[in-house]
Design a protein around this ligand. Structure first.
Ligand SMILES: Cc1cc2nc3c(=O)[nH]c(=O)nc-3n(C[C@H](O)[C@H](O)[C@H](O)COP(=O)(O)OP(=O)(O)OC[C@H]3O[C@@H](n4cnc5c(N)ncnc54)[C@H](O)[C@@H]3O)c2cc1C
Length: 512
């Protein structure tokens, strides 16, 4: 006889909860798993989280979500990268693109050829000119990459969207595919007397909900993983000192960029995310270096159109739960950790957590839901990606030259994690940067920030010397011209939105 289905209970209906519910509904066999999601209207969601990474496209494909419909329903726009302003020092700017700088020539990475060309006096164009995505950002242009022929375009894209509309979209999508939604606030968690596993929840209404496996998506409260199971909090705020954000939407303006903008400020940085119907803005800052009032005023002074509501204050700490999977519970989203949104990584971490979880999820026939082989592997994968992202975020702060400003002096002077020190030393001595086949952040991302913030390697990979110098000069020239021609032929971002997935909001407000 087939075992009864395993009852999955998700606590929380923010982006984490509904992304998890949607993936479970699509990918798990309904006769073997049931999915229940509990969310509380009284508590609500954090309601931010509007910029993403290209991996979200894979998530949508996995769920068979139609892109144009998704974009319309979430008022989405396309994102080719992030523009960083004033991070190195005021007045400087660079783009971290979703795509590569140049090409591999003779199996040698492009940065080595470029550094060699500089050292040999060939006077190559700035590195960013060898990136399709950066050049497209500079022109507010966009087109869909030809993924069948990556050598012809070598860039990818992600989305900006309205976080609340995204959760609504996934809620409707999941309920239509069999997810049971319960509205109510969980006030008590029952544990098994011997194993310590979670056996069920009690809601404020008195309703009891039993389950076999629990996914904690309860946000910063971390009701199950943190509060109940006591997975320790690993604090990373000594490296990432920002602990607050003001967030405020404003009216759409004419500057319809295919990128997120991040502007460094005295006590942190400001984000700007263009959507079809409005622009999202926020100021992430550290209360050690700037007061809440001053940060609020800085944000409001930076808006490019009138605010649509009062700014909302969010409090957080950088860090994560040491065990993302403990006993029969996995934490996703804010319940398992938080790294500031500088590189739009939270939704990606949720997506990765869901994909790893679904590969390792206990089977209905397993008696105990706690299996340390599965949880150990999940936690190893989670540690790896969190640490990679942490190092990459720290790099943005540590590699600044904003001398004389307390926050920026502080982040330049503290002791870096050993893993980051190693990466920086390797880059400085040989121009090598981390490269991973899967996941973030890899070669081109590191190149963008390292070169963007003014670092330059002393030497390059000697394998690059095999290419004759005149051939190197010709190849650089040809590539530069090819990318310029391609980008010059691209339509504007606003045109592509209007044609592909426009709701009318963007065009009405920019008056085109
Ligand atoms: C300032 C800021 C900017 C950000 N920007 C980005 C970005 O650009 N890109 C990105 O990828 N990420 C970003 N993030 C992160 C992103 O917002 C979150 O990762 C994402 O929204 C997921 O949140 P969540 O679902 O974990 O939590 P929440 O949205 O807080 O949802 C928690 C849910 O749990 C429910 N709940 C809580 N307690 C109970 C209870 N006792 N009983 C029942 N239900 C309960 C609530 O009702 C709610 O539904 C940002 C975060 C912050 C703070």
């Amino acid at each position: 006889m087939a075992p009864p289905p395993l009852q999955l209970v998700i606590v929380g209906g923010g982006s984490a909860g509904w992304m998890c519910a949607a993936a479970c509904a699509q990918l798990l066999h309904p006769a073997r798993y049931t999915v229940t999601l509990i969310e509380s209207d009284d508590i609500g969601t954090v309601g931010v989280g509007e910029a993403t990474l290209p991996a979200l496209r894979d998530f949508n494909e996995l769920l068979k979500i139609d892109e144009a419909q998704f974009m319309r329903e979430t008022q989405g726009t396309f994102k080719l990268g992030i523009e960083f302003r004033d991070w190195d020092w005021p007045g400087e700017h660079y783009v971290h693109p979703f795509g590569s700088f140049g090409l591999l020539w003779g199996g040698v990475e492009f940065q080595h050829h470029w550094v060699r060309a500089r050292q040999r006096g060939l006077n190559p164009a700035p590195l960013e000119d060898y990136s399709c995505a950066v050049r497209a950002c500079r022109r507010n242009a966009f087109e869909f990459p030809d993924f069948k022929n990556p050598r012809s375009t070598f860039f990818g894209y992600a989305y900006h969207f309205d976080a609340s509309l995204y959760a609504d979209f996934l809620r409707r999508w999941s309920i239509a595919r069999g997810v049971r939604r319960i509205e109510g606030q969980a006030v008590d968690v029952a544990l098994h007397g011997e194993t310590g596993e979670i056996t069920g929840l009690t809601l404020k209404s008195g309703q009891k909900i039993d389950g076999d496996f629990f996914v904690d998506c309860s946000g910063f409260r971390s009701l199950l993983l943190g509060d109940t199971l006591g997975s320790p909090w690993e604090d990373w705020s000594h490296w990432l000192p920002c602990d607050r954000a003001w967030a405020v939407p404003c009216e759409r303006s004419a500057d319809f960029t295919p990128f997120t903008r991040s502007i460094a400020k005295k006590g942190g940085w400001i984000w700007r995310i263009p959507l079809q119907h409005r622009t999202g803005n926020g100021h992430v800052f550290s209360t050690r270096f700037v007061s809440e009032d001053e940060a609020r005023a800085t944000l409001l002074g930076q808006l490019d159109a009138p605010a649509l509501m009062e700014p909302k204050l969010l409090r957080f700490k950088a860090g994560r739960r040491a065990q993302a999977w403990k006993r029969n519970c996995v934490g996703l989203g804010l319940a398992s950790g938080f790294l500031e949104p500088l590189e739009s990584t939270s939704l990606f971490l949720i997506q990765k957590g869901i994909q790893d979880l679904l590969r390792l999820l206990p089977a209905p026939e397993t008696g105990s839901r706690s299996d340390e082989r599965l949880s150990g592997e999940y936690n190893r994968l989670s540690d790896e990606i969190y640490e990679r992202i942490r190092d990459f975020l720290i790099l943005h702060y540590a590699a600044n030259r904003r001398h004389g400003e307390p926050l920026w002096d502080h982040v330049r002077s503290y002791e870096l994690p050993e893993s980051l020190r190693h990466k920086l030393a390797l880059f400085e001595s040989r121009g090598h940067v981390p490269y991973f086949k899967d996941g973030f952040f890899s070669r081109d991302s590191w190149l963008a920030v390292l070169f963007g913030q003014g670092l330059m390697p002393k030497r390059y990979d000697r394998l690059a010397d095999l290419l004759p110098v005149d051939e190197l000069a010709a190849k650089l020239h040809e590539l530069h011209a090819r990318i310029a021609t391609q980008v010059d032929g691209m339509p504007t971002h606003a045109d592509v939105i209007a044609r592909h997935c426009g709701t009318g909001a963007a065009l009405r407000q920019v008056g085109t």
